[in-house]
Design a protein around this ligand. Structure first.
Ligand SMILES: [Zn+2]
Length: 204
């Protein structure tokens, strides 16, 4: 985190035992009176109890557009903004949605294609683009790893390999095994999240 001060320090702090003993009244405090609480656990970790509204500014779909405008504004500038924007996106990338990743990567890619030679911070944008693409890739693989049932017996298949797809650029070829039927199946997963039908796979 890059907060100048911890923004949660103003919140009242309670222990997990207090929360257990006084759950109802404490939850009332949070929901009715909109007073977030820091809950300190015995292992030293903390979590927050707060009304959902607190997250509204970043869960708002316009937040994505605001970040994109900041990115567009920062490209081509030789001020502190490129570092601020790119570090912010890298720091919080796990919380930014898929749509943002696609839009931001497209913007930067297009910008670098046209203006890379005039860009004072070309490495910074290359590196941000790399981080966005890696995250997209990681999320897509995670999706492709989702377990599918065996078409013959319905038992969950075991994924044996996920490789870059031959027929579907940006997608994956998946091979999985059914322990029950002792059969292997293949399918592909395209980059937009579509999954093909399964075919039996024979090791050649
Ligand atoms: Zn089976």
């Amino acid at each position: 985190m890059n907060y100048e001060v911890n923004p949660f320090w103003d919140y009242e702090s309670i222990t997990i035992d207090e929360l257990k003993d006084q759950a109802n009244s404490l939850l009332n405090l949070v929901t009715e009176e909109q007073r977030p609480l820091r809950v300190c656990m015995n292992n030293g970790k903390e979590f927050l109890l707060f009304p959902q509204d607190l997250l509204a500014p970043i869960c708002d779909s316009d937040f994505r557009l605001i970040l994109l405008s900041a990115t567009r504004y920062a490209m081509g500038r030789n001020t502190c903004m490129p570092v601020v924007v790119s570090d912010y996106i890298k720091r919080h990338i796990r919380l930014l949605d898929d749509k943002f990743l696609v839009l931001a990567a497209d913007d930067i890619r297009r910008y670098l294609e046209d203006y890379a030679e005039h860009e004072p911070n070309s490495n910074l944008w290359q590196s941000l683009l790399g981080v966005l693409e890696t995250e997209q890739r990681a999320r897509a693989t995670r999706e492709a790893r989702k377990i599918r049932p065996c078409p013959a017996c319905g038992k969950p298949l075991e994924i044996m390999s996920i490789a870059d797809s031959w027929h579907s650029p940006g997608g994956f070829d998946v091979i999985a095994h059914c322990r029950n039927c002792l059969a292997d199946y293949e399918w592909f997963y395209d980059k937009d999240g579509g999954t093909s039908d399964m075919k039996q796979y024979f090791f050649g």
